[in-house]
Design a protein around this ligand. Structure first.
Ligand code: PMP
Length: 354
């Protein structure tokens, strides 16, 4: 840290993204990316947008919002486009949390929430998941805090039903409820259909997972128009050109090619169920996942041992060295071939340990 770094950030511990090692080629199942390339149309549109990079992009993202509005059956003014959904999550902490209104989220959830709370200097409470790693909605009824719920949750993959999400929203009419749907396209139920019923709901989604665009940084928020105005106030006060031309063009191409996304999601869901079955044959217990990853443990081996051995064998998965999580591995669902490599390496590692 330099001597110039502001006092207000001196205790800030940044978010640690999953490893992106360069030492060798791994089967990369650690950051919940898609194993599929972006839609051909997305690639084509991005390439042609590259020819106009001397010009600023459209700060309103009008065409992208129009295409998205048509796809989701909502108004384009109920959408804000962001530089990855991390950006809008940060905006929500900026806009809706302060000393009077702390943030609340599960104790086991997306690790960025406490970092956003800290950088924005807002108090927060972590609400414990129950013994099955589920949210108990009674803990969220009328709590007078700005609520953040990842649905499906990470790193567990467990989804909360829409009627439970709705109970939480309805019981907190004076507070914003942010439903982070980064993984919703793999079998969850989206709350987007509730944005006109509740004026305190903000739903966030991303192109990083189901739409194969993690490298382009594109996310979105859905809410009633007043909340979208709040998000735009923050966006125009930080970075109005938050979406670059190539990303915007790729996003438009991806939406026009929506069947490609739908088919890829079907494949990931099939590969997920296949992986859970194969893991079960090896004695793994896996939480019920509605995401493009599984959270799994084997009582004969520690999470850390399996993580290290898999890495030595060229397969990267995510391991969390934290209480309640350290027995588990979080494994991204990739192609069928990648999942077979994972399973075969696990068989080898477990046999060698005998
Ligand atoms: N929410 C959750 C629960 C996530 O796991 C992630 C991905 N790390 C994000 C949001 C952010 O994704 P992105 O910024 O790529 O849209």
């Amino acid at each position: 840290m330099s001597k110039f770094f502001s006092e207000k950030y001196k205790d800030l511990i940044p978010y640690v993204p999953g490893e992106q090692p360069k030492d060798m080629k791994y089967v990369k199942l650690n950051t919940n990316e898609s194993p599929f390339e972006p839609s051909k149309k997305a690639q084509e549109y991005a390439l042609s947008a590259a020819k106009q990079l001397e010009l600023y992009p459209d700060p309103d993202c009008t065409l992208l919002r129009e295409k998205m509005a048509a796809l989701y059956g909502i108004d384009k003014d109920e959408i804000v486009i962001v530089n990855g959904s991390d950006e809008i999550l940060n905006f929500a902490f900026m806009a809706y949390c302060d000393n009077k209104t702390p943030a609340a989220f599960a104790d086991i959830t997306y690790g960025f929430y406490p970092v956003f709370a800290k950088i924005n200097n807002v108090p927060y409470v972590e609400i414990p998941l129950n013994e099955n790693f589920e949210i108990d909605i009674d803990d969220y009824i009328g709590i007078n805090k700005t609520i953040f719920i990842a649905n499906p949750n990470a790193p567990t993959g467990i989804a909360l039903s829409l009627d439970k999400i709705e109970k939480i929203i309805a019981s907190n009419p004076n507070n914003i409820v942010v439903v982070d749907e980064a993984y919703v396209d793999f079998g969850g139920e989206s709350a987007v259909k509730l944005i006109n019923k509740y004026d305190n709901l903000l739903v966030t989604q991303t192109f990083s997972k189901s739409r194969s665009m993690a490298g382009a940084r594109l996310g979105m928020g859905f809410a009633n128009k007043k909340i979208i105005q709040d998000m735009n106030t923050i966006r125009y006060s930080t970075n109005p050109y938050n979406i670059n031309r190539m990303t915007m063009a790729a996003g438009i191409g991806t939406i026009e090619d929506n069947n490609y996304t739908i088919n890829n999601c079907k494949t990931i869901i099939e590969n997920r169920e296949y992986t859970i079955q194969e893991l079960a044959k090896l004695g793994f217990e896996t939480l019920p996942s509605k995401a493009n990853f599984v959270f799994t443990k084997n009582n004969k081996f520690s999470g850390e041992y399996l993580y290290k051995k898999l890495k030595e064998n060229g397969v990267l998965v995510r391991y969390f060295n934290k209480e309640r999580l350290n027995q588990y591995l979080r494994i991204t669902i990739g192609s069928k071939e990648e999942m077979d490599i994972l399973i075969n390496k696990l068989i080898k590692i477990m046999e060698e340990a005998k």
